[in-house]
Design a protein around this ligand. Structure first.
Ligand SMILES: N[C@@H](CCC(=O)N[C@@H](CS)C(=O)NCC(=O)O)C(=O)O
Length: 317
């Protein structure tokens, strides 16, 4: 089994999504604890500018965004399947919505004054100021991760209420009768709300959702050990980037890539928030994935992979 390194931090919900998945798959992995705010010099040596959390590394291959990280983990370790064929579209669509709209509502709910004290209580006033400034800069001029509090509460209550009724009707998992990626995307939202202790009481109204949460939590985090960022960079330097599998190959370039071809100098940029471009040479582009080759002075030659959805690929310059 390939050595999985997860660049993550303890309080990050999207990291928790992947930690729980590694537990469900029964995998051993290494954790690099990265800073929650910029600067993140070791991480950016590997990604070339992508700063979001988590990032997965296997040798000299770097996987950005949990949508892709989940796919890659499922390919490495297919049991239990994350994308059961009978729920392939519903699971992915629910997961994408839980990771965006539901997550925006969860962040808004948790960072209202009554929750912020809990969430940021471990930080000094100067650290809180730095955190708030970092997230403001990360959102830039977008409206990402923000909504009015009453709308956030309405969205959470409507969603949790409908899930409760679905569980009452005998459906065991978030997107249907089988466990899927949607369960992991729902889970990290509840995990986050439960950390805002006083505010977590809103979940008491949904006992079957709580039962589901307990079933999920029982997966645990697999077997992990902590390593330094410098060790992860050394592991990248000691490895060759992998040849692309079928997923990464350039397909109908004129449709999915605006005429870009392998070998072109490009940038890849998230379209939602933390819009930091990563520059490199295009290796692969399909409707599923985009892969760049880049060279880092410390980490050597790297493949940096992104999902195609919510990432913009542009000719450099
Ligand atoms: N679409 C991304 C979203 C990841 C995300 O927003 N992560 C948060 C932490 S949970 C983040 O990056 N915050 C800023 C940071 O850690 O620098 C994914 O699925 O990986």
């Amino acid at each position: 089994m390939a050595d999985i390194i997860l660049h993550q931090y303890a309080t990050s919900p999207f990291s928790e999504k992947v930690r729980l998945l590694l537990g469900a798959k029964g995998l051993a992995w290494s954790a690099v604890e990265i800073p929650a705010i910029l600067p993140k010099p070791d991480l950016l040596s590997l990604t070339g500018g992508y700063r979001r959390t988590p990032v997965m590394q296997i040798g000299a291959d770097i996987y950005c965004d949990t949508a892709l990280i989940c796919e890659v983990i499922d390919q490495l370790s297919p049991q239990p399947p994350l994308y059961p064929p009978a729920q392939d579209a519903s699971a992915r669509t629910c997961a994408a919505w839980f990771d965006s709209a539901l997550f925006t509502a969860s962040v808004t709910y948790v960072f209202q004054p009554a929750g912020a004290a809990n969430m940021l209580g471990h930080l000094s006033p100067a650290q809180i100021q730095a955190f708030v400034a970092d997230r403001k800069a990360m959102r830039g001029d977008t409206n990402a991760l923000r909504m009015p509090l009453p709308e956030a509460i309405a969205l959470l209550r409507e969603t949790f209420g409908r899930l409760e009724r679905q569980f009452a009707a005998g459906v065991r998992w978030a997107a249907g009768p089988e466990l899927s990626v949607a369960d992991f995307s729902l889970y990290h939202n509840l995990w986050f709300i439960r950390r805002a202790t006083g505010l977590a009481r809103m979940l008491d109204a949904y006992p079957l959702l709580q039962d589901w949460y307990a079933r999920m939590r029982a997966f645990g985090h697999g077997k992990s050990r902590v390593i330094d960022g410098a060790d992860a960079i050394a592991a990248a330097l000691a490895s060759d980037p992998l040849p692309l599998d079928g997923e990464g190959r350039t397909g109908a370039a004129e449709e999915t890539g605006g005429g870009l071809e392998p070998g072109d100098a490009v940038t890849v940029t998230p379209t939602d928030y933390a819009r930091d471009p990563v520059a490199g040479v295009l290796l692969g582009l399909s409707e599923h994935r985009v892969t760049l080759r880049r060279q880092d002075p410390r980490a050597g030659a790297l493949n940096v992979h992104f999902p195609r959805q919510l990432y913009q690929v542009q000719r450099a310059g």
